[in-house]
Design a protein around this ligand. Structure first.
Ligand SMILES: Cc1cc2nc3c(=O)[nH]c(=O)nc-3n(C[C@H](O)[C@H](O)[C@H](O)COP(=O)(O)OP(=O)(O)OC[C@H]3O[C@@H](n4cnc5c(N)ncnc54)[C@H](O)[C@@H]3O)c2cc1C
Length: 446
């Protein structure tokens, strides 16, 4: 499997990794095939996931710019076609209390508003583009997986209510059981905004909309070399060279260290894995997830889960550290064991699908939308830390504004600062292994 820490590029024309989403998304959109020969464009976007596709779409719709997207494999081949399908008010992985401590209440409110804008942007695109992506009713639950977690959950709810002015509410254990039957649910925070949908249908719809608005989307076109001069940027793909005045780097968790020295080392790719069960019986559904809300728990190494429209359960969490270990069956088995612990009625349930992908975590665990330093006219966004469905689409819109307008498009300064590089990069995965062991110990003990 492609490992951004090890390989120079994610391949060329690789098919989508087999998944429930690929099997149920229908026909892929038409694209502009691989770059062939030399071409030039004002704006070139590297990476055809939500960030890149949304940049291309918003450049066309709001700024009249017809960008060229270069995607190494297929449209939405990375996280955007493989994710857990929760489109919610999220971006990064910093608890609200920590965000307030680090940046103050005003910035926390502004950042929350930007995350909410992200969700509204997704809703608007789905509405205006009449996108059929199996949108489920709104509802997000953060479930206390241990009784001791309830207190912290209530403190978090108080911050949402009092500082942000957002109507998160506490749901007591007995009421949680109506939507989360089984075990490991001792109370929950309910957020009224956020919904599950079909992530690949959404991505392919963004692709179609971008293309019909004038964007050109070349698949099977990895950027394998990049040189810059005062005249612009020369992006080399295996079958042709693309010259650009401005470049958006939208490769996020799939960014190899070789792509460009200025973007290297700014995210840690972390593998997240998903299993999907066989369809449940009516009784099994009743005894596990009767609703279709988005669920995640309070563990340090959290699990996220939902019921799919055909009554399967999608269940995900952190898994391998190295790409070479990602297909080890032990990761699937440990997710399966965790699913069965949470929902004893599903004990031994068959798993029909299993796949994973690289989420991008920045050093601050917060996303970034920035102008890359010391190189002319290069912009990038990413670092959503596994919570980027709506925020990456919002970031694409913001990147389009930045590319066209020059300034920072939001008042949230930290979003537009150059993300710090991780120090001691060769030891990062050793540190990750130690951190995972510590979190597993804490999750088991608390
Ligand atoms: C298993 C999993 C579950 C997740 N669940 C959720 C969830 O439920 N909710 C949520 O909010 N977020 C979730 N996420 C995160 C979310 O999917 C991502 O934040 C979002 O899709 C990021 O989109 P992106 O466009 O920035 O990156 P990606 O979709 O990863 O796209 C990057 C693209 O860049 C391309 N690329 C890389 N290098 C090159 C190159 N040299 N030349 C050309 N192309 C290149 C890659 O092929 C890839 O297609 C999940 C992620 C995973 C993996």
């Amino acid at each position: 499997m492609y490992d951004p820490f090890v390989h120079a590029s994610p391949g060329m024309g690789e098919p989508h990794t087999p998944s429930y989403w690929v099997d149920t998304a229908g026909l892929p959109p038409e694209d502009d095939s691989a770059v062939s020969g030399n071409l030039s464009a004002d704006v070139v976007i590297i990476g055809g996931g939500y960030t890149g596709l949304s940049s291309a779409l918003h450049l066309a719709l709001e700024h009249g710019v017809k960008a060229v997207v270069l995607e190494a494999n297929q449209s939405a081949w990375g996280c955007s076609g493989r994710n857990g399908s929760f489109s919610r008010i999220s971006g990064g992985r910093v608890p609200l209390s920590k965000l307030i401590e680090l940046h103050g209440e005003d910035v926390a409110r502004q950042y929350f508003q930007e995350m909410k804008n992200g969700l509204d942007t997704v809703r608007g695109l789905i509405r205006d583009g009449a996108i059929a992506c199996d949108v489920q009713p709104d509802g997000v639950y953060k479930v206390a997986s241990k009784p001791e977690h309830v207190h912290a959950l209530k403190r978090e709810i108080a911050l949402y209510n009092d500082v942000i002015g957002y109507p998160a509410k506490y749901v007591a254990e007995n009421d949680v059981r109506r939507v989360h039957s089984g075990a490991e649910a001792f109370g929950a925070m309910h957020m009224p905004d956020g919904f599950a949908m079909h992530p690949l249908k959404l991505a392919w719809a963004l692709h179609r909309m971008a293309r019909s608005s004038g964007a050109v989307i070349h698949t099977s076109s990895p950027v394998i070399d990049w040189t810059s001069s005062s005249a612009g940027h020369k992006l080399v793909t295996p079958r042709g060279v693309v010259t650009a005045r401005k470049v958006i780097v939208a490769t996020n968790g799939y960014t190899s260290r070789e792509l460009h020295p200025k973007t290297a080392g700014r995210v840690l790719p972390i593998h997240s894995q998903i299993i999907v069960t066989r369809p449940m019986s009516a009784q099994e559904k009743q005894d596990s997830l009767p609703g279709t809300d988005c669920m995640f728990d309070t563990r340090n190494l959290l699990f996220y889960y939902r019921r799919l429209p055909d009554d399967r359960i999608l269940f995900g969490g952190r898994s391998a550290i190295h790409g070479r270990d990602a297909e080890n069956p032990k990761h699937r088995e440990s997710l399966h064991a965790a699913l069965c612990r949470k929902f004893p009625a599903l004990n031994g349930i068959q798993v029909d699908y299993n796949w994973g992908g690289w989420v991008a975590v920045g050093k601050s665990s917060l996303p970034f939308i920035y102008k890359v330093p010391d190189v002319k006219n290069v912009f990038s966004a990413g670092g959503y830390a596994g919570s980027g469905v709506s925020f990456s689409i919002q970031a694409g819109k913001r990147l389009a504004q930045m590319v066209c307008g020059g300034g920072n498009p939001t008042a949230v300064d930290f979003l537009h600062q150059v993300p710090q590089r991780f120090p001691f990069q060769h030891f990062l995965r050793v540190g990750q292994r130690v951190a995972y062991s510590w979190y597993r110990y804490k999750d088991a003990r608390q």
